[in-house]
Design a binder for this molecule. Structure first.
Ligand SMILES: *Cc1c(COP(=O)(O)O)cnc(C)c1O
Length: 356
């Protein structure tokens, strides 16, 4: 098998999705399962639908087209505001998209009309995290624009917190979203099908909330894939946290001193870490570097310590010699996982059990 590679246990992803569908179902909240970290891997999408996700979502049209090319006909939402240059592709492959800009809505309406389809619109509201979103005071006007355009249907409103500024989903901002939903429905005499409260960062709010108000949907990626929540990166009870691994191949393993010798200046990626003289160790190198993943988000297996990383080399301390050709398997953070998935040097293998 090629290395480096991402191994993803599809059974564990399916289990996690099922457990979350069950948990959120108790609060009458549906799950839109987010496929972006796997670049729309069809095997994952199938497992998510089997697990009971109400639909799929991805931030990139390329990934959505990959799902469609694989014959997946589930409801798919584009999570990122459409680029004007991509509206024709978007109305063809995505059932709906998240939106904040009237000019984009008009372009989507034209594209949908030309393609003879109806495109769903989820209006995203800014509630403090300062990434995408319509200011609450501007929501009624943009809702009115959406309702007036042919080819579009206003399916709901949503918000996204925690991703840019780390703003925590709580009683206050979720209550504000519910109030906005009520206000839009009353003003325009409509019913919003979806009030989407956020992403995996909303799971703590959900666990603590006595009342989830109008929120009836969450868009979940990381929690399904890695079994943890993103605010404190705590593992979620009952979920697998070992469904994904990055597997790298050993290319050198030698007894070496811990102290470099010679005059020290900058290393390839800034100042080198201060070395402490611990005598000689087993230093093992795997063919994995910053061009493959984010080494800072890797957890090595027991008995292995990460000493440093450059573009193509990950330098490890091991308890003994590990012969070239052997592989070492790391648990990735969400960031490391995404970077590995998007590296042209790393293949992704859906597997039934990940390497040790
Ligand atoms: C990525 C993304 C999500 C999923 O976030 P997770 O933290 O992986 O659950 C949800 N909504 C939007 C708008 C996103 O961009």
């Amino acid at each position: 098998m090629s290395a480096p590679r991402v191994e993803l246990d599809i059974g564990k992803v399916r289990d996690n999705a099922s457990a979350l569908v069950e948990l959120l179902g108790r609060s009458k909240i549906s799950i839109t399962a987010v496929t972006k970290a796997t670049l729309g891997l069809p095997e994952v999408a199938v497992a998510l639908i089997e697990a009971g996700a109400a639909g799929l979502a991805d931030s990139r049209i390329e990934n959505i087209e990959r799902l469609r090319d694989a014959g997946i006909d589930a409801h798919v939402l584009l999570l990122r505001s459409p680029m004007l240059s991509q509206v024709d592709r978007i109305v063809r492959s995505a059932d709906g998209s998240c939106n904040t800009e009237p000019s984009v809505l008009r372009a989507l309406a034209d594209a949908a009309t030309a393609a003879g389809v109806t495109h769903g619109v989820m209006l995203m509201v800014e509630l403090g995290d300062l990434r995408e979103g319509i200011l609450p005071k501007d929501l009624p006007a943009i809702a009115e624009t959406t309702l007036s355009l042919p080819g579009l249907t206003l399916t709901g409103i949503g918000t996204n917190l925690a991703c840019r500024s780390g703003i925590v989903p709580d009683e206050r901002n979720m209550h504000e979203l519910s109030e906005l939903a009520d206000r839009i429905e009353t003003s325009f005499g409509i019913t919003l099908d979806v009030v989407s409260g956020g992403n995996s960062a909303n799971l703590e709010w959900l666990a603590a909330a006595p009342d989830t108000g109008r929120v009836n949907n969450l868009r979940l990626g990381e929690s399904i894939l890695l079994g943890c929540e993103p605010l404190h990166r705590r593992s979620l009870p009952g979920l697998h946290t070992d469904g994904a691994a990055i597997v790298a191949e050993v290319i050198e393993s030698k007894r070496k001193p811990t102290m470099p010798s010679g005059t020290a200046a900058q290393a390839a990626f800034g100042d080198p870490e201060l070395a402490v003289d611990r005598g000689e160790i087993w230093q093992t190198i795997v063919a994995l570097g910053r061009q493959d993943t984010d080494p800072d988000g890797l957890t090595p297996p027991p008995g292995v310590t990460i000493l440093g990383a450059s573009s193509d080399h990950l330098v490890l301390e091991t308890t003994g010699r590990v012969p070239p050709g052997e592989t070492i398997s790391f648990r990735p953070s969400y960031g490391s996982f995404v970077q590995a998935m998007t590296s042209p040097f790393v293949a992704c293998k859906p597997v039934t059990s990940v390497s040790g």
